[in-house]
Ligand binder design. Structure first.
Ligand SMILES: Cc1cc2nc3c(=O)[nH]c(=O)nc-3n(C[C@H](O)[C@H](O)[C@H](O)COP(=O)(O)O)c2cc1C
Length: 199
């Protein structure tokens, strides 16, 4: 997949991975795409920790499972479609842990404004995931482990001024993801004033 529009329209959450390793060269291309994202005041507050270590990935996986088992499942059970709930369940209870790489993304709150940490980090995360899709890799934006910020920071040794923002599992998809389900843009787009729909 080389065209940027193809990548944008195909990219979606992958929560089941094969154990095929991911090359450093591919990760470098993804990270290079990530750091070309915009950020408030161009402070580029992102910090990435690429986790391959088996014990560290297991610890991150355990944190995700804990967050899902204690709070996430109960919160989500009446909010998500049955299919999505089942996929998130599989991901949180092992699928994400099994990814050969976890990228833990942090926001350096000394380098960037704490107030715009999310706005400055997530464009980079999106670039990273689009690059993964373009390379034929699966990834997913997950934030559930951020609920255990202290424990997550301990695993990757983030100092206190680096706030964990997301965990991105990366690997080769265990099965085809199929097309993402999205409402057509025209149903969410107005001309000149809200409600004067595109079509
Ligand atoms: C802010 C944010 C947080 C998310 N956190 C999680 C998460 O903790 N666990 C998870 O499995 N998916 C998470 N997702 C992925 C969404 O569930 C996914 O993007 C959405 O269901 C669309 O699915 P698709 O990309 O497969 O079409 C998150 C997405 C966003 C944007």
């Amino acid at each position: 997949m080389s065209d940027i529009f193809d990548a944008m329209c195909a990219q979606r959450a992958c929560r089941a991975f094969t154990d095929e390793p991911v090359a450093d060269a591919d990760l470098a291309r993804m990270l290079d795409a990530a750091v070309h994202a915009p950020s408030a005041e161009n402070k580029q507050p992102w910090e990435f920790v690429v986790v391959r270590d088996t014990d560290a990935r297991a610890a991150i996986g355990a944190l995700i499972a804990r967050a899902w088992n204690t709070v996430g499942r109960e919160f989500s059970k009446d909010r998500l479609s049955a299919g999505l709930l089942a996929d998130v369940e599989r991901g949180a209870t092992g699928g994400i842990a099994d990814a050969p790489v976890h990228i833990v993304v942090g926001a350096d709150t000394e380098r960037g404004l704490p107030m715009t940490a999310a706005e400055s980090i997530f464009p980079a995360v999106q670039n990273l995931m689009l690059a993964a899709a373009a390379l034929g890799l699966g990834s997913a934006l997950t934030t559930i482990a951020v609920g255990y910020a202290y424990e997550l920071s301990e695993i990757v040794e983030f100092p206190a001024h680096v706030r964990p923002m997301a965990v991105i599992p990366v690997g080769h998809p265990a099965r085809p993801l199929g097309p993402p389900r999205r409402e057509p843009f025209a149903t969410r787009t107005s001309r000149d004033r809200y409600g004067a729909r595109w079509d």
